[in-house]
Design a protein around this ligand. Structure first.
Ligand SMILES: O=P(O)(O)OC[C@H]1O[C@H](O)[C@H](O)[C@@H](O)[C@@H]1O
Length: 622
C-alpha cells in the first residue's frame, strides 16, 4: 500500500515495504540478527529477549506505522526477512556520529542520500548502548536494567523504535516505550522517581534528528548524569560495529530461548508535563488563583508538526491560558508547514503571524524534539537568538545576582554589554554546541565559579535548577513564570513584562551568517582532512588580522577567529560537524558589514577548496 503525493498512509505493515529497501546494505534476516547479538552482550543473568511474537506485538503497537510516498520519492527502510547482512567497515559506523548525537539517513528515496541508519544497524547501536550502560553501572550481574525509548514525529520513528527495542531486549534490558516524546522528557525519565511507571530508567534513547529533513533520523542517549558526550558516542559506535560484524561473520543462527524482559508502554509526557505545570503554579506563589495562573493570557504555540504539541493541552490548558490559534500541533514527519526550527526564518515568520492574526499576548515555537524554543511578544517582536538569551539571563540574574551566563560563540557584543553592564552578571562566551556550553557551565561550577545558565543562540538552553536539562519547554516555563507572577501581582500589559526585560539590549543593524563550504575532494586538501584544511584557513586569517591595525582580535576566544572592526565584528570558525566554515558578521550598516566581509575575503581567497560564492554575493550585492 503506497501513499501518493506527499501523504503518508498509516496502518501499513512492515512486511509490505520489504521491496523498497536500503541502498546502504541489503536487507537482513532481522530475527536471526537479533538473536546473534546476544552472544556478544551482557545478558545480566537473563534469558534472551527476542522472539517473533514479541516482534509482532512491538510492530503493531507502534504509534506510527512505516509508510512511503510513491513516485520513488519516499519509502521507509524496512528490512525484509530473507537476505543476509553484509559486513560494514568501522568507519561506516563512525560516520554516523554527529558530535554527541548519532544521525543518519533512515528513509530511502532522496537522490545522493543512501540509507545509513538501517534497522540492523540501529539494533546493533542499541545493543552497544546496553553494553556501554552495563559497563557504566558495573552493578550486580543479575540486576535488571531498564531503558526508556521515545521519538519525535519522523516517518521512520516506528521502524527505528522497533529496531532499538530489539537491540535492548537482546541484551536483557527492560524497555519503556514513551511513544511521541520530547528529548528533555527522555533525560527527565532517568531522574524522575516513579515506581508505578518504572522510573527512573537506567538509560534513555531519543529517536530524533532535530530539525533535519524528513529522511534523516538519529539517536540521543541519556543517563542520570546527562546526555552522552562525544567520546561515549564513539565508544558506542565502535562497539556497535563489532556487534554487527561479528554476527555477519559468524553467519546467522536460529533463535532460541524465551523472553524474560518486559516492554511497557508509558504515557510519560503526562508526567513530565505535570511537572512543568507545577513549576509555573509554584512561581505564581500564593497570590491569586494558584491553579490557573495564566488565566487571561492568550498564548499561541507552533509545534511545527514535531513533538511539541503536548504543550498546549498538557501545560497551557491546565494553567488556564487561552490557546486558540495554536498551529501545526499534529505530529507529521513530512513537516508540511515549515521546518520545526526556531533558527529558521520561515518558522519565526509563521509564529509571528499567528500571534498577530490572533491578537495573542504571546507566541511560543519549538523545534521537532522540543529541546529548543523561541518566543514572540504581543507586538510580533521575535524573542529568539541573542534576545532570548538576554531575556532568560535577565530572569536568572534576578534570581542569582552576579552569576555567569555561558553562551555559544556567535553571541553578539551587545549581549555581553547587556549581561555585564545592565544585569551585573558575567558573560562567558564559549564554543558553539549545546553540549559544549552545558559542560562548560558544569565545569565552572565545579571550580567554584557559579553559573546557572548555559544557552545557545540556536534556542538550546539548560538551567542548573533543572538538572542542566537541555529543555526548550522549560525555557518557556521560565517566561511563563514571569507572566504568571506579574498577573498574580496585578501587573497588566500581557507579554510587555517580558519585552521590558530586554530593554537596553543593543542590537546590530546588520546580522549575517554565511556558511563557506570546503570541497573535500579538492586537490588543495592533498588527501588531508577538511578539519586540517579549515584550521589552516583560520591560522592564515589570524595572521592577516594580527598585522592589520584597524582590526582587533578578541582577547579571549575559544573557537575560530573573532575580530572587531568597523564598528562591528566577525567570527569565522569550523562547523562542529560539517565541512563548512560558518562566518558570522554583525555591523552597524551594510557598508561596514561588507568591509568586514572583505577582510575575510582577502585573507582566504587563496584557499581554492573553499566555496566563496556566498561571500562574493554579499560583497557585490552591496
Ligand atoms: O557548527 P554548526 O554547523 O553551526 O552547528 C552547530 C550546532 O550543531 C548542532 O545542531 C547542535 O545541536 C547545536 O547545539 C549546535 O549549535
Amino acid at each position: 500500500m503506497a501513499a501518493v503525493s506527499g501523504k503518508i498512509f498509516q496502518n501499513v505493515s512492515v512486511a509490505q515495504y520489504s521491496k523498497q529497501n536500503s541502498q546502504f546494505h541489503p536487507q537482513c534476516r532481522r530475527d536471526s540478527f537479533t538473536s546473534n547479538l546476544r552472544s556478544l552482550l551482557p545478558l545480566k543473568g537473563r534469558k534472551p529477549a527476542w522472539n517473533r511474537t514479541l516482534a509482532m506485538q512491538l510492530r503493531t503497537s507502534s504509534i506510527y506505522q512505516n509508510g512511503f510516498v510513491s513516485g520513488g520519492s519516499i519509502c521507509c527502510n524496512a528490512a525484509s526477512s530473507s537476505t543476509e547482512v553484509r559486513p560494514l567497515e568501522k568507519s561506516d559506523f563512525l560516520k554516523l556520529q554527529n558530535g554527541s548525537d548519532i544521525r543518519g539517513v533512515a528513509v530511502a528515496g532522496v537522490d545522493g542520500e543512501p540509507v545509513t541508519l538501517t534497522e540492523p544497524i540501529s539494533e546493533a547501536i542499541a545493543s552497544a548502548f546496553a553494553a556501554w550502560l552495563s559497563d557504566k553501572k558495573k552493578g550486580d550481574a543479575s540486576m535488571a536494567m531498564s531503558v526508556s525509548i521515545g521519538h519525535d514525529s519522523r516517518i521512520s520513528a516506528s521502524m527505528l523504535q522497533d529496531a532499538v527495542s530489539q537491540g535492548l531486549m537482546s541484551a536483557g534490558i527492560d524497555v519503556l516505550h514513551f511513544g511521541l516524546a520530547s528529548t528533555p522528557a527522555m533525560f527527565n525519565s532517568t531522574l524522575t522517581r516513579n515506581e508505578e511507571v518504572g522510573c527512573p530508567a537506567d538509560g534513555a534513547i531519543m529517536i530524533t534528528a532535530s530539525h533535519l529533513p524528513y529522511n534523516r533520523n538519529g539517536f540521543k542517549f541519556f543517563t542520570n548524569a546527562g546526555g552522552l558526550g562525544k567520546a561515549d558516542i564513539k565508544d558506542i559506535l565502535e562497539r556497535a560495529s563489532d556487534i554487527y560484524n561479528k554476527i555477519t561473520d559468524e553467519g546467522l543462527r536460529d533463535l532460541q530461548g524465551t523472553s524474560s524482559v518486559s516492554v511497557k508502554k508509558v504515557d510519560y509526557m503526562a508526567i513530565y508535563a505535570s511537572d512543568l505545570v507545577h513549576a509555573v503554579r509554584k512561581a505564581a506563589g500564593n497570590i491569586g488563583d494558584l491553579a490557573t495562573p495564566l488565566e487571561g493570557f492568550h498564548i499561541v504555540v507552533d509545534a511545527g508538526n514535531g513533538a511539541g504539541g503536548f504543550f498546549v493541552d498538557k501545560v497551557l490548558g491546565p494553567l488556564g491560558a487561552v490557546t486558540s490559534g495554536s498551529q501545526f500541533l499534529e505530529p507529521d514527519g513530512m513537516f508540511p508547514n515549515h521546518i520545526p526550527n526556531p533558527e529558521d526564518k520561515a518558522a519565526m515568520t509563521a509564529i509571528t503571524q499567528a500571534v498577530l492574526n490572533n491578537k495573542a499576548d504571546f507566541g511560543i515555537i519549538f523545534d521537532t524534539d522540543v529541546d529548543r524554543s523561541a518566543a514572540v511578544d504581543s507586538t510580533g517582536r521575535e524573542l529568539n537568538r541573542n534576545r532570548l538569551i538576554a531575556l532568560i539571563s535577565a530572569i536568572i540574574l534576578e534570581e542569582h545576582p552576579g552569576t555567569t551566563i555561558v553562551t555559544d560563540s556567535v553571541t553578539s557584543d551587545g549581549l555581553t554589554l547587556f549581561i555585564e553592564k545592565k544585569l551585573g552578571g558575567k558573560h562567558h562566551r564559549f564554543k558553539r554546541g549545546y553540549k559544549n556550553v552545558i559542560d562548560e557551565a558544569i565545569r565552572l561550577n565545579s571550580i567554584g565559579e557559579e553559573s546557572h545558565l548555559a544557552i545557545e543562540t540556536s534556542g538550546h538552553g539548560a538551567l542548573k535548577e533543572n538538572n542542566w536539562l537541555d529543555d526548550g519547554a522549560y525555557l518557556m516555563v521560565k517566561l511563563l513564570n514571569k507572566l504568571a507572577s506579574a498577573r498574580a501581582s496585578g501587573i497588566k500589559g500581557g507579554s510587555k513584562v517580558l519585552t521590558d526585560l530586554v530593554e537596553g539590549l543593543q542590537e546590530a543593524a546588520v546580522t549575517v551568517e554565511l556558511r563557506l563550504k570546503i570541497d573535500q575532494n579538492h586537490a588543495d586538501l592533498k588527501g588531508g582532512s577538511f578539519r586540517d584544511y579549515g584550521e589552516a584557513v583560520l591560522k592564515h586569517l589570524e595572521n592577516v588580522v594580527d598585522s592589520d591595525l584597524k582590526l582587533v582580535k578578541a582577547p579571549i576566544n575559544y573557537e575560530g577567529v573573532r575580530v572587531s572592526g568597523f564598528g562591528g565584528w566577525f567570527l569565522l570558525r569550523l562547523s562542529l560537524h560539517d565541512p563548512v566554515l560558518p562566518l558570522n558578521i554583525e555591523a552597524p550598516s551594510n557598508d561596514e558589514a561588507v568591509k568586514l566581509a572583505l577582510v575575510v575575503h582577502e585573507a582566504v581567497r587563496g584557499f581554492s577548496a573553499l566555496d566563496m560564492s556566498s561571500l562574493d554575493k554579499l560583497i557585490h550585492r552591496n
